[in-house]
Design a protein around this ligand. Structure first.
Ligand code: NAD
Ligand code: WQD
Length: 342
């Protein structure tokens, strides 16, 4: 199949591009590089010996979208491009609605103009909101996430549902990611956030490599076994393979219409202290940390029920916490400054 991947130069997008090429799909990447560079794409080409066509453009730029859809007949679109920093979204809500919501509408309109029906969307566990009971199940209603970022994911899921109701040809899949971490097992691809990392694993890995002095553990008094928050961490290559599974499921089900949501997680809750211990064990590097105040907006504990993806897509997370930590460390130690040295 020929697949348009928006945001394909980013963290999850680049790993998915690799998984798609490994399954002999053709890939065109569309990315404005606001949070990425072309280096991972060059590395993927070197790893696979396959060409990736790259368009530098913004998903809100209708002419740029028409150029790429005009140049290729796509079988499907996988839509990663978005702004994703939860804290920043409370400071710059309009930028988040502009890129994540308006940008998604521009993309769906371009698909409609060019008669492309198959759409896989990067959604998030945050769509369940703050009141949902764990483990999260796809049959639960969309909630009210506290951040503008989370609200954009709920809105795009609503837009997909409304569009599907009006356009009987549309075939949409929402993949609700839990906490993707880790890196490709080669150490060639990984997560390279700009500035101070917001997320746990990139911060921890930068402490381990000596770029930061210590990790602040946000909250030690949650009602969990060790007082720190529980999350459902999954390996980014498992997540990437969730996308190829969804793409293949759509292709194998030509009668499928409308939208379908799938949780992509392991089904296990793991604490921040568990993560630190697993990382130290895998890397052999001590990680200095201190217990700091809670971070606003954090929930104590959530994890997925991932049975639907297993039953319908035949997808299950295969890589364990030890492998996630080994691969995080391989990436960070081989690329202490991320992609910026090239
Ligand atoms: P990322 O920032 O590494 O990747 C996003 C990519 O989109 C970047 O390459 C960026 O340059 C590009 N982009 C941003 N705005 C664009 C625009 N207007 N036009 C074109 N390209 C644009 O982030 P990621 O972690 O790989 O996340 C990918 C997707 O998955 C996002 O939609 C994110 O919201 C979603 N998601 C991420 C996580 C996570 O923990 N990383 C969890 C749940 C959902
Ligand atoms: C994990 C745990 C922190 C950093 C976010 C988004 C979510 C999704 C994934 C996009 C929490 C703790 C963190 C640190 C810490 N993104 N922590 N010290 O908040 O579960 O999810 O990313 O869709 O929508 O909200 O991930 O990695 O930021 O935090 O103690 O320096 O690590 O408190 O318990 P989170 P995270």
């Amino acid at each position: 199949m020929k697949v348009l991947v928006t945001g394909g130069a980013g963290y999850i997008g680049s790993h998915t591009v690799l998984a798609l090429l490994q399954q002999d799909h053709q890939v065109v990447v569309f990315d404005n590089l606001c949070n990425a560079s072309e280096v991972p794409l060059a590395r993927i080409e070197a790893m696979t010996g396959k060409h990736i066509e790259f368009f530098r453009g913004d998903i809100r730029d209708v002419a740029a979208l028409d150029a790429v859809f005009g140049a290729h007949q796509f079988d499907a679109v996988i839509h990663f491009a978005a702004l994703k920093a939860v804290g920043e979204s409370t400071q710059k809500p309009l930028a988040y609605y502009q890129t994540n919501v308006h940008g998604s509408v521009c993309l769906l309109e371009a698909m409609q103009r060019h008669q492309v029906t198959d759409f896989i969307f990067s959604s998030s566990a945050t769509v369940y909101g703050e009141l949902a009971i764990v483990p999260y199940l796809e049959s639960m209603p969309l909630g009210s996430p506290s951040s503008p970022y989370g609200a954009t994911k709920v809105m795009v899921e609503r837009i997909m549902a409304d569009y599907a109701a009006a356009n009987p040809e549309f075939r949409g899949v929402s993949l609700r990611y839990f906490n993707p971490i880790g890196a490709h097992e080669s150490g060639n691809l990984g997560e390279d956030p700009k500035g101070i990392p917001n997320n746990l694993l990139p911060y921890l890995a930068q402490v381990a490599v000596g770029r930061r002095t210590h990790l602040s553990v946000f909250g030690g008094d949650y009602p969990t076994q060790d007082g720190t928050c529980l999350r459902d961490y999954l390996h980014v290559m498992d997540l990437a393979e969730g996308h190829t599974a969804a793409l293949n499921w759509l292709a194998d089900h030509p009668q499928q219409r409308g939208i379908e949501a799938f949780n992509l997680g392991t089904g296990q809750g793991v604490s921040v202290l568990d993560i630190i211990a697993a990382f130290e064990q895998a890397s052999g590097v001590p990680v200095p940390y201190e217990i700091a105040p809670r971070r606003a907006g954090d929930l104590a504990a959530f994890w997925a029920n991932a049975d639907k993806a297993s039953t319908m897509l035949g997808w299950q997370a295969k890589r364990n916490l030890t492998q996630m930590m080994h691969d995080t460390w391989r990436w960070q130690s081989q690329n202490p400054s991320g992609y910026s040295e090239e």
